[in-house]
Design a protein around this ligand. Structure first.
Ligand code: SAJ
Length: 412
């Protein structure tokens, strides 16, 4: 194969399929037999806009196949999870395992690229692993001026869930080589399918850039979330405040919500904090503010439920953001589950992207239902996610009901 993509998740599968659509012969590798089977049958195990058709075509043409073992390839792309380990420190065990699985197969001239969000210094660890397992190869080292027998580069994924297929091709890419020659090798691959610019740098800078991008967003959302709590306390409407402040030419405040979800923005800033715990004060505080916003929201809703102890409550949305079927690290889901412990049987949940409720919600007596039924029965309406399917609702539609809108949706 020309390219082996290790990890067929939210990033690896779309990347493998896009590469295949640009004419590359791609083998997708995953530890899950089930995922490999599904992909080989032309199917997808994750929901993402336009992905099903892309994978189907890629397997039909024979350019994409999947396997549980790593083949010999010209390029290896690692796209495996890097979860948060104990004490909010990064866990790169899957990246290390992927590097170990590649090492026996790799031939001189090949290039290994890591796309997983990783703490700074990860590419150097990948170099250590391959060097240890393959003493016969000259593995390039950070700061070397000449290339080695293989190339090693870090190229972070930066696609937005819900727009992955589009952004994989459209976005600019930051490509960090362990040496300049390594960066050049990796740029050659990305330039074959990326319409944005391929910006070449070193691996440590590329690792930092990825963490900084998501920390930037987290800090900005934390500002909006903190404003919403300040506004609550002083009794002004935060949505009016933000709308009007944003009419200043140099102010652009993001939108408050019930907290920050997904497994990127709520995780990656901790990687930066772990690397420089004393210096990263604002980044850590932003994480704490955003985590606290979910607790604050839960307490506010609990207060409303106590005012009307018999009332049924319509809960709109569980996903981690609008128009997506992704519930990972979703503050909306966490809030709903926490509330269900006390009043699950009063909860009518509307989530167009869920086929069933979680065990916590259903065993507590919560019911998954349609918007119409929930609104007909509930005296309290809580908006946790502003899915397009809810956006036609106005305050007037809900007159006579107690409303709590964490997304400012009912304003529009
Ligand atoms: N959110 C708000 N208010 C806002 C914007 C977002 O509360 O004004 C919340 C969302 O509801 C959600 C969370 O923040 O719970 C994160 O959503 P998001 O749309 O900001 O980002 P993700 O997690 O879907 O994707 C991010 C993207 N990073 C940036 O925009 C800097 C994406 O480009 C990255 O590739 C992705 O993380 C990743 O994989 O790292």
């Amino acid at each position: 194969h020309q390219i082996a993509v290790i990890g067929l998740g939210y990033i690896g599968l779309p990347t493998a399929a896009v590469l295949a659509s640009y004419g590359w012969n791609v083998c997708g590798v995953d530890v899950s037999e089930k995922v490999v089977k599904t992909v080989n049958a032309g199917g997808v195990h994750i929901e993402e806009r336009d992905l099903d058709q892309l994978v189907q075509t890629a397997t039909d043409t024979g350019r994409l196949t999947a396997s549980t073992s790593v083949p010999t390839a010209h390029y290896y792309m690692i796209a495996v999870p890097t979860p948060l380990g104990e004490d909010n420190t990064p866990d790169i065990a899957y990246v290390e395992a992927a590097a170990r699985s590649i090492a026996p197969q790799i031939l001189p001239g090949a290039c290994v690229i890591v796309e997983s969000t990783s703490p700074v210094g990860t590419m150097e660890k990948v170099a250590d692993i391959i060097a240890e397992l393959r003493p016969d190869l000259k593995v390039p080292r950070f700061g070397d001026h000449e290339g080695g027998d293989i190339a090693l580069a870090y190229c972070p994924e930066r696609v937005l869930p819900g727009k992955i297929v589009h952004e994989l091709v459209a976005n600019d890419r930051v490509i960090g080589g362990v040496t300049p020659a390594c960066a050049e090798r990796a740029v050659n691959l990305y330039a074959s399918f990326v319409k944005g610019d391929c910006l070449s740098t070193n691996s440590r800078i590329a690792e930092t850039v990825k963490l900084v991008e998501n920390s930037f967003r987290d800090v900005n959302i934390a500002f909006a979330n903190e404003l919403s709590m300040i506004a609550d306390e002083i009794g002004v409407d935060v949505w009016d405040v933000i709308r009007l402040a944003n009419r200043h030419p140099r102010v652009n405040i993001l939108q408050p919500g019930p907290g920050v979800g997904g497994h990127c923005i709520a995780v990656d800033p901790w990687f930066l904090v772990a690397g420089a715990p004393k210096a990263a004060r604002l980044v850590r505080t932003a994480r704490e503010v955003n985590d606290h916003k979910a607790i604050h929201t839960e307490q506010r809703i609990r207060g409303l439920l106590q005012v009307a102890p018999q009332a049924k409550v319509a809960v709109l949305g569980l996903a981690f953001k609008p128009d997506i079927d992704d519930f990972r690290e979703s503050p909306a889901l966490e809030i709903a589950e926490a509330l269900a412990k006390d009043c699950g049987d009063r909860m009518l949940i509307v989530e167009p992207f869920a086929e069933e409720l979680t065990e916590e919600l259903s065993s507590a007596g919560a019911k998954l239902t349609t918007l119409d039924e929930a609104l007909a029965k509930a005296e309290i309406v809580v908006v946790l996610v502003d899915h397009t399917a809810f956006k036609h609702l106005t305050q007037a539609d809900l007159s006579g009901k107690i409303t709590f809108d964490t997304r400012g949706m009912l304003k529009q």
